[in-house]
Design a binder for this molecule. Structure first.
Ligand SMILES: NC(=O)c1ccc[n+]([C@@H]2O[C@H](COP(=O)([O-])OP(=O)(O)OC[C@H]3O[C@@H](n4cnc5c(N)ncnc54)[C@H](OP(=O)(O)O)[C@@H]3O)[C@@H](O)[C@H]2O)c1
Length: 361
C-alpha cells in the first residue's frame, strides 16, 4: 500500500493524478482534512489526515551537521501509516517536514520516498542509513526532478571514467515555480555550497560561472546548491562536486540583491510575510507549460590525469518530470525495493532509470 503525504499540494496533486493514470490507488494524506478529503473524493481514493508533529521547527535549515534531534512524529502520524508499505512524502519545505516522517517510517517499517532537493535533508536522511538497514527500511529522498536526472547522469559519467576527481552537473529550462518550491528556495537559500575533497562547504552565491554546451544550445550558468552536492558522492564516490543552473543575464544581475535580502529572512516576522506573499501570488506552471517545456541537462567528469567525459540529456518540464519519476520510483519500491538503507535514485534503481523514464507511455 502506498501513502502520499502532502497530496493536496501543487506537486502532490500532480503525483496523485499520475498514480491514477498508471492504475495505482494510493492513500492520500496530509494535515488539511478538508483539502485531503476533497482530493480523495475526486479520485475515489482513501483519505487519511494527521499532523506531522506537535513540535515542528520554524527555524532556517542548518547546512551541516543535520539536526541531531528532529521533532518526533505525532501519534496520529504513526496511526495513519498502519498497513502502509511505502510513503511518498510531498509536503515541503522538507527541512521542516522530513524529520518526523522519516522517524515515523523507521518506527512502523515503511519505506520512505520524498521529492526534496534540499542538501540538509539529503544529509539528514544519509545519517539514518544504519538505522534504516537495521529496521529493513529504504530511505530514498529526491525522487523528483531534483535529483533523479542529474543523479543518473552522474552515475553514468562516473562509470565511464573511473577515478574521476571532479563532477560538474548543470541544468537549464523550466516554466516557473510552485509556491512550495519558491518557499523552499527562499527559506532554505544560503549563499552556495559545493563538495570539496569529500566535504560539503559553503561558497558565495554564483561562486563560479561557465558557458555550458547543453544539447540544444550553449548557455551561461552559475553554481547553485543543488541536491547533488550531497547525493552525488554517495552515488559516484567522486570527491568534488559542483552544480550549475543556467540563468538569463537579467536574472543573474539580480543575484547581488538576493544576497542583501537574505539576512532579513533570519527574522521570523519577515519570513512569515514572505511566505504569505508567495501563498497569495504564486500558482505554479500551467498545464500547457508543463506539457510543452523541456529541461536540458549536462554533466562532465574530470580525471586527475586530464581526461574528461561529457554527456547531455533532455527531459520533460520539471513538475511533469517529478510526477513521472516519483510515481515510477514508488511503483518500483512497492514491487521490488532495493536493499534496506539510505539510497539515491541511481543506487536504488540504476543509472538506466533516466532512460527508462523517457519510455513510460
Ligand atoms: N525535487 C523536485 O524537483 C521538486 C519538484 C516539485 C516540488 N518539490 C518540492 O516539494 C515541496 C512541495 O512543493 P509544492 O509545489 O507541492 O508546494 P505546495 O503547493 O505549497 O504544497 C505543499 C504541501 O505541503 C504541505 N505542508 C507544508 N508544510 C507542512 C507541515 N508543516 N505539515 C504538514 N504538511 C505541510 C501542505 O499542506 P497544507 O495544504 O495543509 O498547507 C501542502 O500539502 C517543496 O519543498 C518543493 O520544493 C521538489
Amino acid at each position: 500500500m502506498l501513502l502520499i503525504y502532502g497530496a493536496n499540494g501543487f506537486t502532490g496533486q500532480l503525483i496523485v493524478e499520475e498514480c491514477v493514470r498508471r492504475g495505482l490507488r494510493p492513500i492520500v494524506a496530509g494535515r488539511n482534512a478538508e483539502a485531503v478529503r476533497a482530493l480523495a473524493a475526486h479520485h475515489q481514493l482513501e483519505a487519511r489526515v494527521a499532523p506531522l508533529s506537535r513540535r515542528l521547527s520554524p527555524d532556517l535549515p542548518r547546512l551541516t551537521p543535520p539536526d541531531p534531534l528532529p521533532p518526533p512524529p505525532s501519534d496520529e502520524l504513526r496511526a495513519i501509516l498502519a498497513g502502509v508499505h511505502v510513503v511518498l512524502h510531498c509536503a515541503g519545505p522538507f527541512f521542516r517536514t522530513s524529520g518526523p516522517m522519516v522517524q515515523a517510517c523507521l518506527e512502523v517499517g515503511a519505506h520512505y520516498l520524498d521529492i526534496t532537493g534540499e542538501i540538509t535533508v539529503f544529509e539528514a536522511c544519509r545519517h539514518q542509513h544504519t538505522a534504516a538497514r537495521q529496521r529493513g527500511v529504504v530511505i530514498l529522498p529526491g525522487v523528483g526532478f531534483d535529483v533523479v536526472p542529474t543523479d543518473c547522469l552522474a552515475a553514468r559519467l562516473a562509470a565511464q571514467l573511473p577515478g574521476a576527481s571532479l563532477l560538474e552537473l548543470a541544468f537549464a529550462g523550466g516554466g516557473g515555480f510552485s509556491r512550495g518550491t519558491l518557499k523552499t528556495m527562499l527559506l532554505g537559500g544560503r549563499d552556495g555550497a559545493i563538495r570539496q575533497d569529500g566535504r560539503i562547504v559553503s561558497v558565495p552565491r554564483a561562486w563560479r560561472t561557465q558557458r555550458i554546451p547543453f544539447r540544444d544550445r550553449p548557455r551561461t550558468a552559475i553554481t547553485i546548491p543543488w541536491g547533488d552536492v550531497s547525493t552525488a558522492q554517495w552515488s559516484t564516490k567522486i570527491p568534488n562536486v559542483h552544480t550549475y543552473l543556467a540563468l538569463p543575464p537579467a536574472t543573474r544581475r539580480l543575484l547581488p540583491l538576493m544576497s542583501l535580502l537574505q539576512p532579513l529572512l533570519a527574522l521570523p516576522a519577515v519570513r512569515r510575510f514572505a511566505e504569505r506573499q508567495i501563498d497569495a501570488r504564486v500558482s505554479g506552471p500551467s498545464a500547457d507549460v508543463r506539457a510543452s517545456a523541456r529541461m536540458q541537462l549536462w554533466g562532465r567528469v574530470t580525471h586527475p590525469d586530464g581526461r574528461i567525459v561529457e554527456d547531455t540529456a533532455t527531459v520533460p518540464e520539471g513538475y511533469r518530470f517529478t510526477a513521472l519519476a516519483a510515481v515510477e520510483c514508488a511503483r518500483r519500491m512497492l514491487a521490488t525495493p532495493p536493499a534496506a538503507g539510505y539510497h539515491t535514485p541511481s543506487t536504488a534503481f540504476g543509472a538506466r532509470l533516466l532512460d527508462e523514464l523517457t519510455h513510460i507511455p
